[in-house]
Write a protein that binds this ligand. Sequence first.
Ligand code: PMP
Length: 437
Amino acid sequence: VIVARDKDFLVRERHRRIGRSLSVAYSAAPLKIVGGEGAHLIDEEGNRWLDMVNNVCHVGHCHPRVVRAAQAQMARLNTNSRYLHDSLVEYSRRLAALFPDPLNVCFFVNSGSEANDLAIRLARAYTGNRDIVTVDHAYHGHLSSLIDVSPYKFAGKGGDGCPPHVRVAEMPDLYRGRFRYGDTHAGKKYAEDVRRQVEALAAEGRRPALFFSEGILGTGGQLTLPENYLKEAYAHVRAAGGLCLADEVQVGFGRVGSHMWAHELQGVVPDIVTMGKPIGNGHPMAAVVTTEAIAAAFANGMEYFNTFGGNPVSAEIGLAVLDVIRDERLMHHCRVVGDRLMDGARALAERHAIIGDVRGHGLFNGIELVRDRETLEPAAAELDFVIAEMKRRHRILLSSEGPHHNVLKVKPPAPFSADDCDRFLAALDETLGALAR
Ligand code: PMP
């Protein structure tokens, strides 16, 4: 039995015993969370907090069906994937069925980072090329290989800069970028920079192995992509012999409402898809789905073994998550509540000039705050105030995103309800009013 400690003790010991680069949310007054249910977190005093930044517990905190599946399988067996097991095969069939041909082959790993690292190995094995093109401000994981393709990390504090095998493509930002809302050719124009990066490689006698992109840009600032961006970008990369990856770690599993995968919003079929966070509703598991041909090129004699990846407990959890998404019609729910949230936020923008842009699909949204709608000067300190007040006065948990730290990030567990949405909008209205005064 673990003794329940007070928060001061936990802060002090955490600082002493756990690597200091780990941050804590709301560092001035951190929360001790002891329970979760649906879209809510529960603190040690029994207070309920509306969790609006958790796309990991996608089907809801501690969903009973997922918990039961995990408990039952843990009591039966947990071992590695070298034995035949019904749930592993069943899960690979169910997961692959969520993609069109030729995306038919799965690999199971333990985190989004592992999935992206394996994707790089697959792409290099298949293409024989080494170089990678990534989108500016992106984050793709914490392994060395992924810090290398994450401008969000390598170009920021403590970063070592862009490595020689990586090229960074301009971020397609329709709000403050070079080509903006209303420019119907913005997608094609932004994709031109992907072509330029590929050509720059060619000028040095090199070719890309892989192009990394999300279907909605998370650390870029919850940015929806311009129409045709991925179509054009994929064409440039493929013409140079490279493969195209969709990183669905943040945005996958129906969160975008209209589709299971965010890249489908762009009408493309990637060569490799990586998934994580929501796949296990908080259980550490992740996956790569790719084509038979790419998987075959990777099977060059060296075994791919992953101790925990694809274990029967993870497979049972993965199946339960897919069942809940289907049976509770969560994709449709994300669409309906996401539209309600964006309509409501746009209505607030008519009264609060600080709201510069409202964007997203389903329940993956950004509300960008600016000091001036002409200059687009980022309102970062104002956003910090909003986030602190939403916590302090309304028990709503939010966070900021984007290169200028001025985008309110919204990605709640999918059971986030219409009532939760209205409560959020009323609280935001009140908080922006207080900010203006
Ligand atoms: N890709 C994206 C887009 C992510 O947001 C993250 C995690 N924030 C990762 C990959 C890495 O996933 P993990 O933390 O599970 O390794």
